[in-house]
Design a protein around this ligand. Sequence first.
Ligand code: B12
Ligand code: SF4
Length: 476
Amino acid sequence: MRVLFTTAPDPSGALEAAGRWVPLALVHLAGAARAAGHQCEILDSLSLGLSVPETVRRVVQSRPDVLCISAATAGFVPAMELCRAAQGQGILTVVGGAHASFMYPEFLPQGGVDFAVVGEGEETLPELLRCIESGEDPSRISGIAFPLGGRIVRTARRPRLAALDPLPKAWDLLDWNTYTWASRPGSRLAAIATSRGCPRHCLCCSQAASEEGAWRSRSPDGVAYEISELRREHGADVVALFDEAPTADGRRWAGIVDRLAELDLGVELLLWTRPDDVIRDRHTLHRWRAAGVAHVGLCRDTSEERLPADDAIEALGVGRTAVRLLREQGISSETNFWLGFPDESPEHIAELQRRAREWDPDVAHFLTIAPLPYTSAWRTLGPHVATRDYRRFNHREAVVKPRLMSMEQVAAAAIGCYRSFYVDKVRRAGPEPEPAGTRRRSAWRIYLGTPSFRDRLLQGATDEERLVLAPPPARA
Ligand code: B12
Ligand code: SF4
C-alpha cells in the first residue's frame, strides 16, 4: 500500500525560533512500514510551516491509501482537520503519539480518524497496515482503538518493545536540507532516541504518564553505531537526542560518551536531561564535551516553582551548579521556567524572574503550564483549566485561569519574563565576541534575531529595553 506519513501542521511561527527538528517518529514508523513492504513517503508539515489546506493539497496530490499523522496535543486540532479532509477523499487515516494514545475516547467519536495507535507504533502499524490490506478484523491487532458502529473498540494492550537497537529507520525519505541547528548555521541536523521513558514522575509531563516510569535503553555500541552512520551516510554534523532521560543510567551513558569520544566523529550532540545527572557526572563532564555534547537542556518539573522554602533553595543550588559545570566545559545550557498556576500573581512572577537569573542558563524559556487530562497534575490543576481548545496547549498561551490574574495577563507576563531575562543577558554579555569553542551566546542570540520573537519582546518594552534588544545598526 502507499502510506504517507506527516506531522500535524502548526504554522504558528513557534518553530521559527526553535528551529526545524527531524520528525523522528515518522522516520521510525516509515522504516517499520517499509520493512513490511509498503511504499512510504514523509511530509513534515510542521517543520515546513504548511497550513492545513496546503497540507491537504499535498496529501491529495500524493494520493496515499493510508495517511499516518503524528501529533502532540497542541497540534491535534489541525491533525483532526487534516484527517477529516483526507477521509473525505477516501484516504484511510491513522493517528498516533501521546495525545492520541490517551485521548482517543474523546476524538474518535468526532469522526475523521479511522484508527488511533496507542503507544509505540513500530510493531502496531505494520500489523495494522497488513490487516487493512487484507480486510481482516482489526480488533485482533493489539495497541489500537477505532470507532465501530457508534462505539469505540479498544484492543488489547501491546507490550512495550523489548529491543530498541534493531529498529529500521527511513532516513532516506527525509529532505535533509530542511533540518539545521539554529546555533550552528549551515549544520545538518539529525536525531536519535537512545532510550525511551523517564524514571522520574514529574507532575505535568505526558511522558511520565505514557511510560509509567518505565525506562528502556539501547546499548552504547548501538547508539555509537547509529550516530556514526548518520554522520557517514547523511553528513549529519549535529545530532539531537530525543530521549527524555538519556543519562539516567550513569554507566550506560559513560559507555556512550566514551565510544563517541574514541570515534571522534566531528558531530555535536544536543540533549535534555536532569540537573542531578550533570552533577553526578561532574568529574567526567570533560568526557561529555569530548564526545561532542554542545548543548544541554535541563528538565525542570512545574512543581519546582512552588516548593517549600528549604527545598526551593536546594533545587536552585542544584540548577545553578549544573549550569556552572556545563559552562566550565564550554557546553551551553537551556531550561524552562513555568508560570500560570491558579495562585499566579505578580509577586510569584517576580520571584520566578529572580530564580531564572540565579540559575543563569544560556537559554531560558518562560512557559505557561498546560495540564493534560492524563497527567498526575490534572487532579489538582484540572478544575482550573478554562479551555479545552488544544491549540492553546502550546505553553505560550494560558489555559489555566488564575484567581488573581487574567489568562491574557499571564501570557503577557511570560513575554515580560523573556524580555527581562534577555535584556539582562545582553547587558552582561557586552560587545565581546563568543568565547572560543562555545555556542553559548549564539544559543540565545538566535532568539533575539528571530523577527517574530523579537517583535513580541519589543511590544510593551521600555525605550531603554528597545535599545538593548534591537540596537540601531552601527554607522559606517
Ligand atoms: C523533538 C520534539 C519536538 C520537536 C518536534 C519534532 C517532531 N516533528 O517530532 C519540536 C521542538 C518542534 C517540538 C515542539 C513541541 N513539543 Co515536543 N517533543 C519532542 C520530543 C523531545 C521528541 C519526539 C520524538 O521524536 N520522540 C521519538 C519518537 C520515536 O517517539 P514518539 O514521538 O513518542 O513516537 C512514537 C509513539 O508515540 C508512536 N507515534 C507517534 N506518532 C505516531 C503516529 C502514528 C500514525 C503512529 C501509528 C504512531 C505514532 O510511535 C512512535 C514510535 O514508537 C518529545 C519528547 C519525547 N522524548 O518523545 C517532545 C514532546 C512530544 N513535545 C511536547 C510538547 C509539549 C511540545 C510543544 C507544545 C512545545 C512548545 N512549547 O511549543 C510543541 C508542539 C508542537 C506542535 N504543534 O505539535 C510534549 C507533548 C505532550 C503532548 N501531550 O502532546 C512531549 C512529549 C514532551 C514532554 N515530555 O512533555 N517537540
Ligand atoms: S519533565 Fe523531564 S524529568 Fe520529568 S518526567 Fe518528564 S521527561 Fe522526565
